[in-house]
Design a protein around this ligand. Structure first.
Ligand code: COA
Length: 187
């Protein structure tokens, strides 16, 4: 067990999970629009399991997929953070940055704001060499967040092993940002 990192930005708090997050998390995981680039929506049980796994990893490592709280309204709006993918991917081992926000909180720049802060922790605090991000090729919204964060499309598209062959979401794109590129972009 280590001290969990918390990240405060202008509008957001990226923090460990609380039991009060479970209900709004289950709602966003049950929303077909939020989950449109995943094979399916999640049941309440699957959603609770995911939150528990995120929290366990934060307790073990100090970092992970944090719960995102909108500070001025004290509202849980989703998750965002850093994760070591459990799937065996063509570019493993790696640390990914990822996000999932409730639909009502899209279009306000929260993913980009939280993503910048998470990359800062990845490079300045954890001293990672590189952070990757990947998503279904058609997920333009998520790809735009990656691009706004200064990540580059590696053109190394791959078939996600957790999605069945022939499924329209199996083809994924991969974005990368190195520590050196991040530092240059901060100047
Ligand atoms: C991917 C996801 C997090 C992107 O959310 P988003 O709100 O589009 O992204 P941002 O938070 O960066 O917000 C950017 C938008 O906010 C707008 N915006 C409004 N106020 C802003 C501000 N103060 N600062 C920055 N952007 C602002 C931008 O113009 C942009 O709008 P646009 O998309 O119409 O161009 C969201 O769509 C989501 O949770 N999707 C479901 C889960 C998912 O697919 N995750 C990725 C799987 S790998």
């Amino acid at each position: 067990m280590v001290n969990p990192i918390e990240i405060s930005t202008q509008r957001l708090l990226l923090r460990p999970w609380r039991s009060s997050d479970l209900e709004p998390f289950a709602q966003l995981n049950a929303d077909p629009e939020v989950m449109s680039y995943f094979p399916d929506t999640l049941s309440r049980e699957q959603s609770d399991d995911l939150a528990q796994r995120c929290q366990q990893l934060i307790q073990q490592r100090g970092w992970g997929f944090w719960a995102v709280e909108h500070k001025s309204s004290d509202t849980f709006i989703g998750f965002l953070g850093l994760h070591v993918p459990s799937a065996d991917l063509p570019f493993s081992p790696c640390v990914e940055i990822g996000w999932r926000l409730a639909k009502t909180h899209w279009g306000s720049g929260y993913a980009t704001e939280g993503g910048r802060a998470a990359l800062q922790v990845a490079f300045d605090q954890l001293n990672l060499e590189e952070v990757v991000s990947f998503t279904a090729v058609a997920n333009r919204r998520s790809r735009r967040v990656m691009e706004r964060l200064g990540m580059g499309d590696s053109a190394e598209n791959f078939e996600h092993p957790a999605i069945p062959p022939g499924h329209h979401l199996r083809q994924h794109c991969l974005y990368r940002i190195t520590h050196a590129a991040w530092q240059v972009a901060q100047i």
